[in-house]
Design a protein around this ligand. Structure first.
Ligand SMILES: Cc1c2[nH]c(c1CCC(=O)O)Cc1[nH]c(c(CCC(=O)O)c1C)Cc1[nH]c(c(CCC(=O)O)c1C)Cc1[nH]c(c(C)c1CCC(=O)O)C2
Length: 352
């Protein structure tokens, strides 16, 4: 229908999420707003600490739009962090230079019982204002670009809340899941409720699509993966389907390996993101061909640039051709990435 060209469905990312094999594929990069960009470092210095930047709608909207202005990606992801949900739940959060995030870890059952998911939306009002500003900015400057809102997966967020910081193994969280599954389940249910409300609020503020980052999903045994990754995600999706019908959701159970097929079949998402270790040819046959795949260039190939970047990119494109697909990295862009390598990558993708 000719009229469709003026509707949001004409946006390439939304078409791919609806199951269309758009080619060349829509593209964006995880952490595309970040320290590799000089204009980001400038705003970051102005804002002070990272949480202040995430809760300053004017500056957060500005850094969200920076990579779109420079490169014209087909998606713009809200500039925020998955740990803003614990922050909104009242858990003290700071980002120490060179150390990553630091939360005051949840100590006991009382601390978990005291968490109140109903305060999250009100406390994240500045983030919702950022969403609204970005949506307006895109309408004015980049009408083909889709705004993606996001949250962390319940399991990954619980890992940080219990450990208090990044970790290789997250023993506090994984240990509690075995030692006291009822208590761990209570934390997961609180996060399920908080995250669902937080995502609904982003959609109401103007997000056109959502992504759920479950970065540490790949640490779990298959049974635990189903219980703490697939089931909470499916529960969030049931709320989203009821409250925000038609909003497409990308799930990212990082390092899930073959469990990606189970996740795709049962989590209720519209698309799944592949981490760098995933073979896209395997994913292409393991995930229904109507479901979009996203990913999965190694961020270090983007740092290297040149022939390695081109070969890796072409090999992923060859595996994804003919199916709904969104180009992306397999994990976040790293600070040492030369900005001009992103220019070369976008040029290569557009000539695909
Ligand atoms: C695990 C996780 C976090 N945050 C996130 C995840 C899931 C994805 C993943 O696995 O990487 C998700 C995230 N974090 C950030 C975004 C913004 C949107 C984007 O551009 O992709 C998104 C989607 C900004 C950020 N989040 C963070 C930065 C760097 C902060 C700075 O500018 O100093 C940015 C731009 C900080 C952060 N935030 C987190 C860590 C571990 C760190 C420290 C690592 C680092 O410094 O790169 C938690």
């Amino acid at each position: 229908m000719e009229a469709d060209r003026t509707t949001p469905q004409a946006k390439p990312l939304l078409r791919a999420l609806a199951g269309e094999a758009v080619w060349p594929p829509p593209a964006w990069l995880m952490r595309q707003a970040g320290r590799y960009l000089p204009e980001y470092r400038e705003v970051r210095a102005q804002a002070g600490d990272f949480v202040s930047l995430c809760t300053n709608p004017q500056l957060a909207a500005e850094v969200t739009l920076q990579p779109i202005r420079r490169y014209g990606m087909e998606a713009s992801i809200l500039f925020s962090d998955i740990l803003m949900v614990p922050w909104a739940l009242g858990q003290p959060l700071r980002f120490a230079e060179g150390e990553g995030p630091l939360l005051e870890p949840l100590r006991d059952a009382d601390a978990i019982a005291a968490l109140d998911p109903s305060v999250v939306v009100a406390r994240s009002a500045p983030i919702m204002e950022t969403v609204a500003r970005v949506r307006e900015g895109l309408a004015a400057e980049a009408p083909r670009t889709t705004l993606i809102g996001f949250a962390g997966g319940c399991f990954t967020v619980a890992c940080y809340m219990l450990e208090g910081k990044g970790s290789k193994e997250f023993p506090a969280a994984r240990g509690l899941a075995y030692a006291d599954p009822a208590l761990f389940g209570r934390l997961i249910r609180t996060l399920q409720e908080a995250t669902a409300e937080y995502l609904v609020a982003q959609v109401e503020a103007g997000a056109e699509s959502l992504m759920i980052f479950d970065s540490w999903a790949g640490m779990l045994s298959p049974g635990q993966f189903r219980r703490w990754v697939i089931e909470p995600t499916a529960s969030i999706l049931r709320t989203l389907r009821r409250r925000c019908p038609g909003i497409p959701v990308i799930g990212f159970p990082r390092l899930a390996g073959p469990l990606l097929a189970d996740y795709a079949a049962r989590a209720g998402v519209d698309a799944v993101a592949m981490d760098t270790s995933m073979d896209p040819r395997w994913a292409a046959q393991a995930v229904p061909e109507t479901m979009a795949l996203q990913g999965n260039l190694d961020p270090l190939a983007l740092v290297a640039g040149g022939a390695a970047l081109e070969a890796e990119t072409r090999s992923i494109l060859a595996a994804m051709r003919g199916r709904p697909y969104i180009f992306n990295l397999g994990h976040g862009i790293v600070p040492q990435t030369p900005p001009e390598h992103v220019t070369s990558l976008m040029r290569l993708l557009r000539s695909a």
